[in-house]
Write a protein that binds this ligand. Structure first.
Ligand code: AFP
Length: 298
């Protein structure tokens, strides 16, 4: 079944936005050879942008604008929310145009992460999000979409440039992979004990440096991805709006969970666009265990 057919029953605005992501994912997938270099600019987090980050950001924003139903967009690559004041009502979008872009140099998988708010409030709590999308550019180009109460579904781009259903109603299995971010010498004692406990339970380490790809692996095999609050940086590294919230939306729809180590990521109230958060995501059990061992939750 084609993506366009699968989307037939859902809200027409959300459908248009997901189809825009799908169309532009094909453009981005074809652009890696052309936009390979580093740029001399830094994003709001002080990270050097590569050409692909900036180009993919422009491609997606231009095309979201063309839909005429997007009121504002907050992108990881920009320090301000882009507003389209002529659009009344309209959707809010959070965008990480190319997550894990430092992995392009070594030809590892990277991704596009999109969060969709029907109420147009990109600074809303994750629980107000209505849909999310994750595109993975790897040996295959895949797209996962999830919408509230309708599950998470995976599509693969075929040789005729059409996204075809690959996995309907995805469910994160109880697998035993762990993907631990952050320097171990900078981990808190509680987080270190948690990782030790996972190892004692037979968890196997797999980590690439691209959240999109690492989360995608957890989604298929089960386990937990984590980027904790560090001793030197209690807020951790990952971005609440662009990474943690949309990934948690997909995890929730697939029967998993996402947490800041004390509570669901979707209960965290964003106070600024560039907010970071400690992050644990994957199968329910290891995420709950993190809340007990790191967040002292009963
Ligand atoms: P880049 O987009 O700059 O490559 O950052 C990727 C990322 O935000 C996330 O996708 C990874 O999980 C995390 O950073 C990797 O961070 P470390 O390099 O500290 O492992």
């Amino acid at each position: 079944m084609k993506l366009s057919e699968h989307l037939a029953g859902i809200d027409s605005g959300i459908r248009d936005i997901i189809m825009t992501v799908a169309e532009q994912a094909k453009v981005i997938q074809g652009g890696f050879m052309m936009h390979y270099g580093t740029s001399n600019t830094k994003n709001v987090y002080g990270e050097t942008q590569i050409e692909m980050d900036k180009w993919a950001d422009r491609v997606l924003i231009e095309n979201f604008k063309k839909t005429g139903i997007v009121k504002n967009i907050s992108s990881e690559e920009r320090d301000h929310v882009i507003e389209f004041p002529d659009v009344k009502g309209g959707f809010g979008i959070t965008l990480d145009p190319l997550d894990g872009s430092s992995c392009i140099k070594t030809n590892l998988a990277v991704g596009t992460i999109v969060g969709i708010f029907s109420d147009g409030n990109v600074l809303g709590e994750g629980k107000n999000m209505d849909a999310a999308c994750l595109v993975i550019y790897g040996p295959l180009t895949t797209l996962i979409y999830a919408c509230k109460g309708c599950g998470a579904h995976e599509f693969v781009l075929n040789s005729e440039s059409v996204f075809i259903l690959r996995n309907e109603n995805m469910k994160i299995p109880d697998g035993k992979i762990y993907s631990p971010g952050g320097l171990p010498s900078d981990w808190t004692d509680a987080h270190r004990k948690y990782v030790k406990e996972l190892e004692n339970q037979g968890y196997k380490l797999r980590y690439s440096g691209s959240l999109a790809a690492d989360f995608n692996q957890i989604l298929h095999y089960g386990g937990v991805f984590m980027y904790p609050g560090l001793k030197s940086k209690p807020e951790g590294k990952l971005r609440l709006l662009f990474e943690a919230n949309p990934m948690t939306f997909i995890a929730n729809e697939a029967g998993g969970a996402g947490s800041d180590g004390t509570k669901s990521i979707h209960d965290v109230k964003p106070v600024k666009v560039s907010q970071r958060t400690p992050f644990y995501i994957g199968s329910k059990e290891p995420v709950k265990l993190a809340e007990r061992m790191v967040g002292n939750k009963k």
